[in-house]
Design a protein around this ligand. Structure first.
Ligand code: KG4
Ligand code: ZN
Length: 334
């Protein structure tokens, strides 16, 4: 069974064909059209513009993902939320129309569910129970997955998401949008111990996150230093990344203490594309004798293959949705 998956929750228009293949979904095609170059000029996503660009890109992306054939798929999946309402509506309306015209099964997928199942697109199949750390531009969540499709919330951010902190710190340092990759490039030349920034909610047993104090601390440093040298900027980027790592490490430790039956840790979402965090967390997990599963880079940031992966689990272990009752929901909860 092949699923056509569509993702349009923010500033990426994506479509993918994913084959249901037991617990190892197989990506047949994956096309992502990004608006980053447009939003880079304004330093962030402008929702109305994002929605219009989604409308323009969607037919081309669909055409490419389906190799210009009309029906090389047996089911349709789409991100229904959370995200920007205008952007979401483009994907949802497209998918519902396809479902209406073809009569094929329809799966409404939560964007976070997609990020979680992106871990099943890596070479190693995560073993359950898994502890999934989802770290993106909009979310920072710890989720325990004892059985497929049953998400236990362990902790989330009380303020900024980790990716948001990357983007804001990048802006403070005069770097481009999105900030994550820019910080990552700069941090390579910096000293990770040059500055000490605070870990949010540092209590040992806390599985909740907070990144606003870290961001404020960087902002304070930047405003009180009139002319930052290139080396100082690199040191700030490196120390910032180190603090993000120490935060994730501390929260994972608290979560693993609560859930000692965990067999796999998964690190997903846009921030999991960060080279330093990938390496540091791999080392942390090997110290704990636990496998760390991280998706290939192309499935860390927003894409439709991850939506297809989540839908393929729905196809295996659950039921399709009635498309008639599904609406785009910008605040959709997992
Ligand atoms: O998952 P994603 O594409 O979209 C959301 O669902 O939010 O994540 C985007 C976020 C942005 O904040 C971006 O700065 C961050 O992921 N990001 C990174 C890297 N690549 C993207 N953060 C750190 N290092 C990276 N290499
Ligand atoms: Zn995302």
């Amino acid at each position: 069974m092949r699923i056509l998956a569509i993702e349009s929750s923010c500033d990426e228009t994506a479509a993918s064909i994913v084959e249901v293949n037991q617990e190892k979904p197989k990506v047949i095609t994956s096309v992502v059209s990004s608006q980053i170059s447009v939003h880079a000029t304004t330093g962030g996503v402008i929702p109305n513009l994002a929605a219009r660009l989604q409308t323009e890109a969607m037919p081309h992306v669909l055409n490419k993902a389906t190799n210009n054939q009309t029906e090389p798929y047996d089911a349709i999946a789409v991100t229904v939320g959370p995200g920007l309402i205008g952007s979401l509506l483009v994907g949802v309306a497209t998918a519902k129309t396809l479902a209406l015209l073809t009569g094929k099964p329809f799966y409404g997928i939560n964007h976070l569910e997609g990020h979680i199942y992106s871990a099943w697109l890596s070479e190693v199949t995560p073993e359950l129970p898994a502890l999934v750390l989802t770290v993106s531009g909009g979310h920072t969540e710890l989720i325990y997955l004892e059985r497929h499709l049953e998400y236990q919330h362990i902790g989330a951010t009380r303020d900024d998401a980790a990716g948001e902190a990357f983007d804001k710190v990048a802006r403070l340092l005069g770097l481009g949008y999105p900030g994550g990759p820019e910080i990552s490039k700069l941090a390579v030349h910096g000293d990770r111990s040059a500055y000490v920034f605070p870990i949010g909610l540092p209590e040992k047993s806390s599985t909740e996150f907070s990144f606003s104090g870290l961001k404020a601390s960087v902002a304070h440093l930047v405003t009180k230093t009139p002319q930052l040298s290139d080396q100082q900027k690199a040191d700030i980027a490196a120390s910032f990344e180190y603090t993000v790592f120490k935060t994730l490490e501390r929260k994972l430790t608290a979560a693993l203490n609560l859930y000692p039956k965990t067999k796999t840790v998964a690190f997903v979402g846009g921030v999991s594309a960060n080279t330093y965090l990938r390496e540091a967390l791999t080392e942390y997990c090997s110290r704990k004798s636990l496998p760390l599963v991280i998706p290939p880079l192309k499935y860390c940031t927003d894409n439709a293959a991850m939506i297809g992966a989540a839908a393929s689990m729905r196809a295996l272990f659950s039921q399709p949705d009635d498309w008639y009752n599904i609406e785009a929901d910008p605040n959709k909860e997992l």
